[in-house]
Structure formats: C-alpha cells, structure tokens
Design a protein around this ligand. Structure first.
Ligand SMILES: Nc1ncnc2c1ncn2[C@@H]1O[C@H](COP(=O)(O)OP(=O)(O)O)[C@@H](O)[C@H]1O
Ligand SMILES: CC(C)(COP(=O)(O)O)[C@@H](O)C(=O)O
Length: 286
C-alpha cells in the first residue's frame, strides 16, 4: 500500500549576504538578512521502489504551469538517508529566481521523508542535511538557516546552528521577477564572492525600513543588479517605495503603499506574506 507524507517549508528572499567558506558543508554558509515568505514549497513523498522527483509549479488558482523531472539536491538528500521514494514538490513562485525554493524543497522533502519512514530526525538534523545538500550543489548558503523560522531574519554566524535574530512586521511585501539568476554561477565565482563580501554591511537591521536601506546599499555595491532590475529600483526610488533586488534572482521586492503600482509598470506584481513559522509536517496518510 502506498503511503504519503506531506510537508511544507516557507521560501526566503535574501536582501544581502556574504559567503563564509568552512572546511565542510556544515561550517560553510552565509551571513546576511532576508525575509522568510509564506509562499514556499509543499512536498508530497510517497513510498516507491525507485526514487523519482517531480517538480511542479502552479499558479495561485492551482492550475499547473509546469512539471519537470528531477532535482539534484533533493535526490542527494534521499540518497544520504538511504531511502527510495516518489517526491512531488509544488510551488507557485518561479524557480531559481531568488525565492529560496531549493532550500524550501529540501526542508519540505526531508521532513516528509522523515515522517514517512519513521527516521526519528529532529529539526536540527533535518536542517543540517538540507543545508549540506544546498552547499554541495551550490544552490544556496543561508536559506535553510532562515527557513527554520519566520520573519525578517538576520544571520550573524553561518549555518543552520548559527546566530539568528528575527522580527515580525505586518507589512505586505511585493515582488517582480524577470527570471532566474543561476546561484551556482554567482557563488562559485571567486571574483563575484569578493565583490559581494566588500559590499556586505555591518550589523543587523532593527526594523523593516533599515532592512531595506541595508539591502539596497548592498545591491548597489555588489555589482549584481542587472539593468532591468536597476530600472525597477530607480522607479521605486522616484516613488518613495522601499525596494531592493531579490538575491539571487533577476527581480525586485518591495514593501508598503505604492509598491504594487510601481511594480505593475514592469511585470505582474506578486503578493507575498511574511511567514510567522518555519518548515513543518502537514500530514501523513495511508
Ligand atoms: N521547488 C523545487 N523543487 C525541487 N527542487 C528545486 C525546487 N526549486 C529549486 N530546486 C532545485 O534547486 C535548483 C535551483 O537552485 P537555485 O537557483 O538556488 O533556486 P532558488 O533561487 O529557487 O532557490 C533547481 O535546479 C532544482 O534542482
Ligand atoms: C543568496 C543565496 C546565496 C542564494 O539564494 P537563492 O538564489 O534564493 O537560492 C542565499 O542562499 C543566501 O545565502 O543568502
């Protein structure tokens, strides 16, 4: 009989980050700040003789936009756990566009695998394996650490066990996306990593306006802002809207009145919500 476990993880938009290279994946990661968003990934994991991962994307109404086979980081995690399963991930945000969906897919999938196979993993073990898979595949450095909880997150030491501060503003967040920016190409380049480190701001933001100020200063100095994102940010400046670039994706995010209107001049604005909680199991069904 096929059994299925379903789990969810929020996504995460980095406003700014800096890579910290350790001797192992566990000690490698990033420092930085970002927003954990309720728009994440649901993973349904079912018993199966062979491992198969299907990556699905829906619109807000549930209509399937795309379905592709395979996810190297998720397959890596299953292999490390020594299990075979059918994994189906569902998200609505675009993949590879700076919304931390690789980390969300890993956290949701591992949480569901743990429940399905009664592996007895605790939250720290689930996060440690998700982080390892992210680092090994260069798909992320700090998103797993962030998605252990909700809110606006500031990470001052690397890894899921690092120092993390959170606060929970009520503001609505908006995003626009012009497509992916391959994370491995950026975090795998020494020149880019050095420039990013030089742009990294000191300290943690104490409120949302300060988070946007620090993120925006970082984006400007990082050399990562493509022209189409630069145009959106300039329009936000002109309208007095707090905004910055989604790291690492070709897009922007913003808060407050006016954000939706300014973004709608460039691409369909995507409404986002600041998450209150991190990854979690939803159900196990026979
Ligand atoms: N929803 C998802 N389900 C399964 N795997 C995913 C998902 N999103 C991303 N991945 C994996 O991560 C890779 C992209 O990583 P990355 O560029 O860091 O994406 P993101 O910016 O969305 O975190 C994809 O090629 C895929 O292997
Ligand atoms: C910015 C990034 C290195 C990648 O983020 P994403 O493209 O969303 O996977 C993130 O993991 C971080 O360390 O802050």
């Amino acid at each position: 009989m096929v059994r299925t476990a379903v789990a969810f993880s929020p996504g995460h938009i980095s406003g700014y980050f800096m890579k910290v290279a350790g001797e192992s994946p566990a000690t490698t990661g990033s420092l930085g700040a970002g927003i954990v968003i309720e728009e994440g990934v649901v993973a349904s994991v079912s018993t199966s003789d062979v491992t198969e991962v299907v990556v699905g994307r829906n619109d807000e109404k549930g209509t399937v936009l795309s379905e592709t086979a395979g996810s190297p980081p998720v397959e890596y995690a299953l292999e490390r756990l020594g299990v075979n399963a059918r994994v189906e991930t569902r998200c609505s945000l675009p993949i590879g566009a700076g919304f931390g969906l690789s980390a969300a897919a890993l956290l949701a999938s591992i949480t569901a695998v743990d429940a399905l196979f009664d592996l007895g993993m605790d939250r720290r073990e689930i996060a440690a394996l998700a982080h390892e898979a992210e680092v090994v595949h260069s798909t992320g450095l700090g998103d797993v650490a962030a998605c252990q909880g909700g809110g606006i997150v500031c990470r001052t030491t690397p890894g899921p066990e690092g120092e993390i501060r959170r606060f929970y503003p009520e503001e609505a967040i908006w995003a626009v996306s012009f497509g992916p920016l391959p994370t491995p190409e950026v975090i795998g380049s020494q020149a880019q990593i050095e420039r990013i480190a030089a742009a990294f701001p000191e300290g943690c933001p104490s409120d949302l306006p300060e988070f946007f100020r620090l993120s925006r200063a970082f984006a400007g100095r990082s050399g990562l802002v493509p022209p189409e994102v630069g145009a959106v940010l300039a329009a936000c400046d002109a309208a007095g809207v707090r905004a910055s670039m989604t790291m690492l994706g070709r897009g922007a995010f913003a808060a407050g009145d006016g954000a939706e209107e300014v973004f709608s001049r460039f691409a369909p604005p995507i409404p986002l919500h600041i998450a209150r909680e991190g990854f979690r199991l939803l159900e196990v069904r026979a």
